[in-house]
Design a protein around this ligand. Structure first.
Ligand code: O2Y
Ligand code: MN
Length: 602
């Protein structure tokens, strides 16, 4: 196929990769429905996709058991200097890694088609958007990229003859040497041959051996976070692992909120929240990534660079997230969930019992046995849906505004059964950066490095996604604050939906009731909130947040009190265990914030 572009650098790169990987043919993707349908047909015919009778144009995929999630220990930041990758990334010398990977890539697409996928992260042509071109030998990647990014000919038009793009090379790492199909098995390479590599100086991504999610859909975590964070630092903006939502009060006044949480804190649920407070509305701009740039007025303007949702299926139900359930009613790709006899999907926590005999994510027959608490689940814990954002009933009108939305508040959170109150507000930008730097969740099962009850810190929820030294990343945040006029700065909050009593009972119902906290956040941004100053920041007065059903005034007092002893222990943990990881590069401003809180605690 001749290249549908005169972009010499792009054509030369595609030629170079084709020479190395030796595919049978090359297809330049145009992003059309016909192209999507033809990819699906190839996968259905090969036994790799199952059409779902109950959901129009929707399909189920089952991955290899070695290829079920992002592989953090096989993910590398290959900067020239180790110090530029910093203490929290896997570093490897770029030329050493290229030598290893070139050997793997040699002939790796034999018997396969090489797809060239031009894509835009962000609305095509938006001044905030970035263009990438992914080369991949996976039809699953092509169809998933159609959903998760803006793909095709229009992107090439915007790229023109000499526009900038991020080259993203992907192979499943399994040539079809005898030119036979994949025999119904998800193609990938063994774990020790998987590499997810980022070259920040070249702004290039090389991925080998995995066909799954964040390892293979290179626009998402690899480009929109790891490489974009490097670009953002250079250009003076922020590429963040944050949802974006719009909240509107009964009078029709709206605020925009960005929020970062470590995994398993209900980020997609918050992005699509259905408020329980009459008259209030929450709408979705994005559920995972925010690119925020200072506008002429000094405010941060955010876009969601993605076009779809790649959400975790287990636990998603009409109760926990009706908007997500409606989003996946059609045109959706499911991976590693269970298949019902009548051609639908099912997963643990979907809100109803398994209807009869299922096929589990391993392709085996599975019948629910509620009496057997040790029964292996039907769906993988990281099973996913990929659905177009336009299908979300709560999608905001502004979600594709190329100019972005002005951010009024930035929220951080984590799973913290004790110490951290339901909500508190930072006193300043640097206090907000301090809050972001200590984000984390308490661990509930023993891990190699941490004991039960200790906090696994995940600064800004960016630990696996910051493409450079995280101490430099903190400094970048602080410097951006210095350049932002106080009146234009968003307000920072720390929320905790996961407080428990000493007896282990949840103190806060979460889900739609979190709208009560969002309402207070709105009011604080509007200057109408009821608050008190405390040593850890501003907090709602006891009547500042309306009580949801089932929460007593006593519970609320506990949720909104400052646990002085707990906070002293928190400060000690940050000082002794967390901050030392960042060495001499840790900004002094963060230490000053730590000391100021300690002093205020008395
Ligand atoms: O396991 C994967 O490849 C997906 S990871 C993911 C997907 C959607 C949103 N966030 C994440 C994440 O790990 O933060
Ligand atoms: Mn994420």
């Amino acid at each position: 196929m001749t290249a549908p572009t005169k972009h010499a650098k792009l054509v030369a790169w595609v030629d170079e990769i084709a020479k190395m990987t030796q595919p049978d043919s090359i297809v330049w993707c145009n992003g059309t429905k016909a192209e999507y349908d033809s990819m699906i047909k190839i996968m259905v015919d090969a036994g790799l996709a199952t059409p779902l009778k109950k959901r129009p144009n929707s399909f189920l995929f089952r991955s290899d058991a070695s290829d079920v999630a992002r592989v953090e220990n096989r993910t590398y930041i290959a900067s020239k200097s180790k110090d530029d990758a910093g203490p929290t990334n896997n570093w490897i010398d770029p030329s050493e890694l290229k030598d290893i990977m070139k050997k793997l890539y040699k002939g790796c697409m034999k018997g396969r088609t090489m797809y060239v996928i031009p894509f835009s992260m962000g609305p095509i042509g938006s001044p905030i958007a970035k263009i990438g071109v992914e080369i991949s030998d996976s039809e699953y990647v092509v169809t998933s990229m159609h959903i998760m990014a803006r793909v095709g000919s229009k992107v090439l038009e915007v790229l023109g003859d000499a526009g900038e793009f991020v080259p993203c090379l992907h192979s499943v790492g399994k040539p079809q040497l005898s030119c036979q199909d994949d025999l119904g098995q998800w193609p990938c390479a063994p774990l020790d041959k998987k590499y997810i590599a980022h070259f920040p100086e070249e702004q290039t991504i090389w991925s080998y051996g995995s066909g799954y999610g964040g390892n293979a859909l290179l626009g998402k975590k690899c480009l929109a976070l790891r490489i974009a964070s490097v670009i953002a630092r250079k250009e003076g903006w922020l590429a963040e692992h944050m949802l974006i939502l719009k909240i509107t009060n009964p009078e029709g006044k709206a605020k925009f909120v960005a929020a970062a949480f470590p995994s398993a804190c209900g980020k997609t649920n918050l992005a699509m929240l259905v408020p329980t407070i009459p008259g209030w509305k929450v709408e979705t701009i994005g559920d995972d990534i925010a690119w925020m740039k200072p506008g002429k007025d000094g405010k941060l303007y955010a876009i969601n660079p993605e076009a779809g949702f790649f959400g975790v299926a287990p636990g998603t139900s009409m109760d926990s997230n009706p908007n997500a359930m409606h989003s996946v009613a059609k045109n959706t790709l499911f991976t590693n969930v269970a298949l019902t006899e009548d051609g639908d999907v099912w997963w643990e926590g979907i809100g109803y019992d398994a209807p009869g005999k299922l096929i589990d994510w391993n392709g085996k027959s599975w019948t629910q046995d509620k009496a057997n608490k040790a029964q292996a689940p039907s769906s993988h814990a990281n099973s996913r849906f990929a659905a177009p954002a336009t299908q979300c009933p709560a999608i905001a009108a502004e979600w594709e505004d190329p100019a972005g939305v002005p951010i009024d508040a930035i929220l951080f959170g984590g799973r913290r059964p004790s110490t951290i109150p339901l909500v508190h507000q930072a006193k300043s930008w640097n206090h907000g950066v301090f809050m972001g730097s200590i984000v984390g969740s308490e661990i509930t099962a023993a891990a190699l490095d941490l004991k039960v009850g200790s906090v696994r810190r995940d600064p800004f929820a960016m630990l696996p996604f910051c493409g450079y030294n995280m101490a430099d990343y903190f400094t970048h945040w602080i410097k951006l604050g210095e350049k932002t006029p106080a009146a234009s700065q968003p307000k920072f909050f720390f929320v905790n939906w996961f407080r428990k009593t000493k007896e282990g009972k949840w103190l806060w119902p979460g889900y739609g009731e979190n709208s009560r906290v969002l309402k207070w956040v709105f009011e604080q941004c509007d200057g109408t909130g009821k608050f008190v100053e405390t040593p850890i920041g501003m907090m709602p007065t006891v009547d500042g947040i309306d009580l949801p059903a089932g929460v007593t005034a006593e519970d609320m007092k506990e949720l909104l009190s400052v646990d002085v002893a707990g906070w002293k222990a928190e400060i000690a943990d940050v000082r002794a265990e967390h901050y030392p990881k960042f060495g001499a590069k840790l900004p002094k401003e963060l230490v000053a914030e730590l000391e100021a809180i300690e002093k205020r605690l008395g």
